[in-house]
Design a protein around this ligand. Structure first.
Ligand code: DGL
Length: 266
């Protein structure tokens, strides 16, 4: 019956980056219980072979499903590219994935040059190639694998002079090619958005898909009558597959002090 279901929404990423998506879901759906898994024992996913990412995505999703989640959000572009099709075949729950915002960027660019910051795994994937074939026919897309940005965020280093310099180095080649629109094609990058915008300057639009993913989760749950009624106060749990202590600075920087994260063995 709509409104009385209290199963959480499961959300996962390779690490802490997906907390940027969790934030958007929390903002849009504050009545929902949220269960977030940072697969910190396996971060980063970006350089790993797709089979390995598929296996991790299957293990983490299987665990979330065992906890009774009513939907799974793959809050990771890399894991979506490698694994979302298989997850949808294997699990009955709605699985919401995410991909770089090529379509909105193609609509937003004024000079037809779009830069994509993402992981090597995303950029090499057949899903990304299909996305370009579909929406980027009339624009030029320049991409740059940016593992150094993932590393910054995993260390909670989102505001230092060092982070600024690393961000500038990542963004510079895209600007040199004339990009007037940048896609944040990795969920680790929204926490660096202020630095990316500062490096890119006021004439460059920066686009990410966290808000669109949250709206998609809302739609999928509404379709099946599984949205929790708004008079609830949803709770959030954050879990790490690696030890909690090294992940704390990043979780605090991106999410805040509460809840205290817990470690799980997966
Ligand atoms: N957050 C992930 C993404 O959206 C990947 C980061 C990584 O583990 O390399 O692609």
């Amino acid at each position: 019956m709509p409104g009385i279901v209290s199963h959480p929404i499961g959300v996962f990423d390779s690490g802490v980056g997906g907390l940027s998506v969790l934030r958007q879901i929390r903002h849009l759906l504050p009545a929902e219980d949220l269960l977030y898994v940072a697969d910190t024992a396996w971060v980063p996913y970006g350089p790993r072979p797709p089979e390995q990412i598929r296996e991790r995505a299957r293990v983490v999703t299987g665990w979330l499903v065992e906890q009774g989640v009513k939907a799974v959000v793959v809050a990771c572009n890399t894991a979506t590219a490698a694994a979302v099709a298989g997850l949808r075949e294997q699990f009955a729950q709605p699985v919401v994935g995410m991909e770089p915002a090529v379509k909105p960027a193609a609509a937003a660019t004024r000079n037809g040059v779009v830069g994509v910051l993402a992981t090597a795994g995303t950029l090499k994937s057949t899903r990304f190639a299909a996305l370009l074939a579909r929406f980027a026919e009339k624009i030029e897309v320049i991409s740059r694998p940016s593992p150094e940005l993932v590393e910054l965020v995993e260390h909670g280093d989102i505001n230092s002079a060092h982070a600024q310099a690393v961000v500038r180095d990542c963004v510079a080649p895209l600007l040199e090619h004339g990009a007037d629109t940048l896609i944040l094609g990795c969920t680790h990058f929204p926490p660096l958005r202020p630095l990316i915008e500062a490096a890119a300057g006021p004439d460059v639009a920066v686009i990410d898909t966290g808000g669109a993913v949250a709206r998609q989760v809302q739609r999928r749950l509404a379709e099946t009558g599984q949205l929790r009624s708004p008079d609830h106060a949803g709770r959030v749990r954050i879990l790490t597959t690696g030890p909690v202590t090294p992940a704390l600075p990043a979780i605090r920087a991106i999410w805040g002090e509460e809840p205290v994260p817990e470690a799980i063995a997966l």
